[in-house]
Each structure stands twice: as C-alpha cells, then as structure tokens.
Write a new protein. Structure first.
Length: 66
C-alpha cells in the first residue's frame, strides 16, 4: 500500500508485506529479511536499491523499542 505521508504530502508511506530479500537470498526454505519489522529508506532515481536510513524490530507489544 502506498499513501501520501500525512506529515509531509511531498513524501509517501509504503506498507510492504513481502520479505526484503535479494534474489540470491532465496537459496533455501528460510530467507532472512534484511530490514526487520520496519525500515525507513530514501529512494534514489535510477537506483534499484534505496538507501537504508534506519530499520529495526518491534517488541512483543508491537511497539518500537526504547
């Protein structure tokens, strides 16, 4: 899902339910995601892979770790 960012309409919020694994990462039954539960990236024109600004995991209550 892609939606305009309510805090900055010139940017977007993207929800991706797929895994963040490169093609070569599918070498077995259990690929390891590269970015965890969430990631903030900066997309560059002409680049296949965005720049990763931050990423991490949620805690057991689906909240950001402190």
């Amino acid at each position: 899902m892609i939606y305009p960012n309510p805090l900055n309409p010139r940017k977007y919020v993207v929800l991706n339910t797929g895994l963040t694994i490169e093609d070569r990462g599918y070498n077995g039954d259990y690929g390891t995601p590269l970015w965890g539960d969430y990631a903030i990236v900066k997309v560059k024109a002409g680049s296949e892979v965005p720049d990763l600004l931050t990423a991490g995991l949620f805690d057991e209550d689906w909240k950001l770790s402190k």
